[in-house]
Design a protein around this ligand. Structure first.
Ligand code: SAM
Length: 245
């Protein structure tokens, strides 16, 4: 952000059906099956992608958060780049750059974006442990806990400074607490890791609420933190940080 002016508000030119509460789960799922077909993966994985796009509340939360901006988005730990497909399908045409340290996922993300004709969407291999995200809107969905705690703290401190300077930081994170939701999230993560879907070099480092919020408090940057459970059983929270204008 570097202190430049906050971009003007832009109204999307096509309807944002990603936010249409009247659209049922099955209708959404059918729409997202078309997107899943772009990924050249086996049928069960396609079903997983369609289901995730239709039901994961994080993508719609990002869409809602960026409606009033023209700022480019950096999707950090983008995986297959599902967020880009969701946003384009919903009529959001902001530039999107996705990075992930898994080169195989980036190759798939690029191929799927090309098949889907997604414009102004780029992907690159990048390791969050060594690189600092750079964009006015920085999105991290389910990525933070893969970093060691010192790396998390360094990253959150950088992000808080960005938000303080007028950037926008959007994070979906599992919080470490005593809830059954947290225990279930850990079980699900263990399976994901055993399956090899997520290559990992560390343990799960789920932050506590205090660990997550401390860097923002230290920077004097206001942020909202609320549960983002949707229909999932997981202990997901949504953090949105941006200095008020
Ligand atoms: C649970 S997936 C989430 C994918 C995507 N954000 C989404 O919600 O659709 C977590 C992703 O973070 C990536 N990741 C984990 N550690 C990373 C790191 N240090 N740098 C970049 N990406 C990382 C993994 O490769 C994986 O694709």
């Amino acid at each position: 952000m570097n202190g430049e002016e906050i971009p003007p508000i832009r109204v999307p030119s096509v309807p944002i059906h990603g936010l249409n509460p009247a659209e049922g789960f099955l209708a959404k799922r059918a729409r997202f099956r078309r997107i899943a077909a772009r990924f050249g993966v086996a049928l069960p994985t396609r079903g997983y992608i369609a289901g995730k796009l239709a039901s994961d509340p994080a993508y719609a939360a990002v869409l809602a958060a960026v409606r009033d901006t023209t700022a480019p988005i950096h999707d950090v730990g983008c995986g297959l780049g599902l967020l880009a497909h969701f946003l384009r399908d919903a009529g959001c045409d902001l530039p999107i750059h996705g990075t992930d340290f898994d080169a195989a996922k980036i190759t798939r993300a690029r191929a799927a974006a090309t098949r889907g004709g997604l414009r102004d969407v780029t992907f690159a291999v990048g390791d969050l442990a060594h690189e600092t995200p750079a964009a006015d809107t920085i999105v991290l969905l389910d990525v933070l806990h893969y970093l060691e705690f010192p790396d998390q703290h360094r990253l959150l401190t950088t992000l808080a400074a960005r938000a303080r300077a007028g950037g926008r930081v959007l994070i979906r994170v599992t919080l470490r607490d005593a809830s059954w939701r947290f225990r279930l999230t850990v079980a699900q993560e263990s399976w994901t890791r055993l399956s090899g879907w997520i290559p990992s070099r560390s343990h799960f480092n789920f932050p506590t609420r205090e660990q997550l919020l401390a860097p923002f408090a230290a920077a004097g940057c206001p942020c909202d933190l609320s549960p983002l459970w949707g229909r999932t059983p997981f202990n997901s929270y949504w953090l949105a940080a941006r200095q008020a204008e």
